[in-house]
Design a protein around this ligand. Structure first.
Ligand code: HEC
Length: 156
């Protein structure tokens, strides 16, 4: 009985360790598909941020409800980054701006993701308050977390 428990625990530990580690793309085709999906997340982040940026700069009419909608989307997208960046494509010649550091420094990358989730949360709260000044400040906060990750994990 004790022995079986030990094996079960060892099994769980192995699964957990494997889940935390990136797996590598098995072929160029696989790497291309993975890259396309990864970029889709960032592309949607970009689109939502673009609209918020327009609001912050006064180019798009201020609308707290819309700001809240974009904040929610950014938060949801942020929660997908880890999964969609998990497969290491660095061994293949894919067209990407993703730096190899994503898979070399997974903890630092995870921290940047968390920063974005928290900033989006903060923006969502500001949007609920309806306070224009607070919302604009929170938009700036989200923007800084985008740039913070790009500095270390995305090519210019
Ligand atoms: C945790 C790190 C991280 C965060 C946070 C992050 N990005 Fe990125 N972003 C990347 C990486 C890595 C790439 C390059 C992806 C690739 O080319 O495979 C990228 C690419 C992009 C692209 C180009 C997408 C394309 O079509 O190729 C845009 C636009 C973008 N990010 C916008 C944003 C915005 C806006 C935010 C904040 C709301 C943000 N990113 C937050 C890491 C991040």
């Amino acid at each position: 009985m004790k022995f079986i428990t030990k094996i079960a625990v060892a099994g769980v530990v192995t699964v957990l360790t494997t889940a935390a580690m990136a797996d590598s793309a098995k072929s160029l085709k696989h790497a291309e598909k993975v890259t396309e999906l990864r970029q889709s997340i960032f592309s949607l982040l970009g689109n939502n941020m673009w609209q918020l940026g327009g609001m912050a700069k006064g180019k798009i009419a201020f609308d707290a409800e819309k700001a809240g909608k974009h904040a929610l989307r950014i938060k949801q997208l942020s929660l997908m980054i880890a999964d969609y960046s998990q497969t290491d494509t660095s061994a293949h010649k894919v067209k990407t701006e993703a730096l190899d550091t994503i898979w070399q420094q997974p903890d630092a990358f995870a921290k940047r993701i968390k920063d974005l989730t928290l900033a989006a949360d903060n923006l969502q709260k500001a949007a609920l308050s309806g306070d224009e000044k607070m919302v604009k400040k929170a938009i700036g906060g989200v923007g800084r977390t985008c740039g913070g990750c790009h500095d270390n994990f995305k090519a210019e």
